[in-house]
Write a protein of this length. Structure first.
Length: 373
């Protein structure tokens, strides 16, 4: 919990809901940064700092997952007798659960994998295949119930583990993102990122990684520079990775320094302001994750474009509140040329998010499963 992303938001919201219900809960994690949202939570970490990568690009990084799971397992063993139900969240938490000790409800935010590499070697692929077999054995031995956010993830879960999970859509901090930033907040981000009032601004939110696919956003902007001269994309997300270095080299070689901005990991307040000054939010995801971000963007009223691979794309398509496509370049051009139409679609999306995707709804449904196992 070194950052405060979507999965961390879910954990915090659930922990505070249970606390309000008078249910004691502890959060066991390999690390936790001093973040305001974590204040007054019962967060327990190992006595020594753990240096490991969930998604590295080397075999040693993939093998490090086993080490991280072992350290977390030791932590769980020290506290397991204090709990009635174990609720693992982000991988490799489910690998840290001791078998046959307590009832287990797994919040499966995404189906686990061991690597994030653009060009995985044969050795990496072999390690991942072995890891998937281990994962299936561990989950089917320890987990009593599992929860995913949508039907697409439910099908992926069933294909991996052989049984169907519960489906509960996440909540979104809709009231926060729906609140308009002040004029000074808007001007602050405009000044910080040198936004001109006649530009066309694209925001892509997510950790800089192959699965978030920032390269697709960069390539779309590259192709549109002639038809939309003042198009600029801001990439908001944790940046330290080999993939980020690859993107920077590409931007330099293509002379796109004006068009692409790396914002790094930013606060929620700054993100809200950026959504309000940008014209469109894009999520050309090739993999899992990023479920919350498109709906947070919609809560601000900004049009969204998502890839079909993004699991929440089925909900966005069903409700007709955004664009689902693999052709980001054409979709961006369409938004630029017919902006009022897409603003109206985003307004309908805003209403849907505020009325349906609340953390209260999520926590109420999830807690019923916790109490029933």
């Amino acid at each position: 919990m070194d950052l405060y992303g979507g999965a961390e938001t879910l954990i915090v919201q659930l922990a505070r809901y249970l606390e309000r219900r008078g249910v004691e809960n502890n959060i066991l994690t390999l690390s936790a940064a001093p973040i305001k949202e974590y204040e007054n939570l019962n967060i327990i970490t190992p006595p020594k700092e753990v240096d490991w990568k969930l998604r590295g690009e080397r075999v040693l990084d993939a093998l490090g997952v086993f080490r991280g799971a072992k350290i977390l397992r030791n932590l769980v063993l020290h506290h397991v007798d204090d709990s009635d139900v174990l609720n693992p969240h982000n991988f490799p938490a489910v690998w840290a659960i001791p078998a046959n000790r307590k009832r287990v409800v797994w919040m499966c935010n995404e189906i686990p994998d061991l690597w994030h590499s653009l060009n995985p070697s044969i050795l990496i692929r072999g390690t991942v295949c072995f890891g998937r077999l281990v994962d299936r054995l561990i989950v089917n031995r320890t987990v009593h119930k599992a929860v995913v956010s949508d039907r697409k993830n439910a099908f992926l879960f069933q294909r991996r583990y052989g049984w169907y999970p519960e489906i509960i859509p996440y909540g979104v901090e809709g009231s926060f993102f729906a609140q308009k930033p002040t004029k000074s907040e808007e001007e602050k981000v405009r000044s910080k990122y040198e936004f001109e009032h006649d530009g066309f601004y694209v925001i892509h939110v997510g950790m800089i990684s192959p699965s978030k696919n920032q390269f697709e956003t960069i390539r779309a902007v590259e192709k549109l520079r002639q038809s939309i001269p003042k198009i600029r994309a801001i990439l908001a997300g944790y940046k330290k990775s080999h993939y980020a270095s690859f993107l920077e080299r590409y931007i330099e070689n293509k002379r796109m320094g004006y068009n692409i901005i790396f914002a790094g990991h930013i606060t929620k307040q700054e993100l809200r302001a950026l959504y309000n000054v940008c014209h469109v939010a894009v999520f050309p995801v090739k993999g899992q994750g990023s479920w919350l971000s498109p709906f947070e963007a919609l809560a601000t009223g900004v049009p969204v474009i998502v890839s079909p691979e993004l699991s929440c794309s089925t909900l966005i398509r069903e409700k007709d509140v955004g664009t689902v496509t693999n052709s980001l370049e054409n979709a961006l051009l369409d938004v630029h040329e017919h902006y009022s139409y897409f603003l109206q679609k985003a307004y309908e999306g805003r209403k849907f998010v505020l009325e349906n995707l609340t953390w209260r709804n999520f926590c109420e449904k999830f807690s019923k499963i916790l109490f029933s196992v």
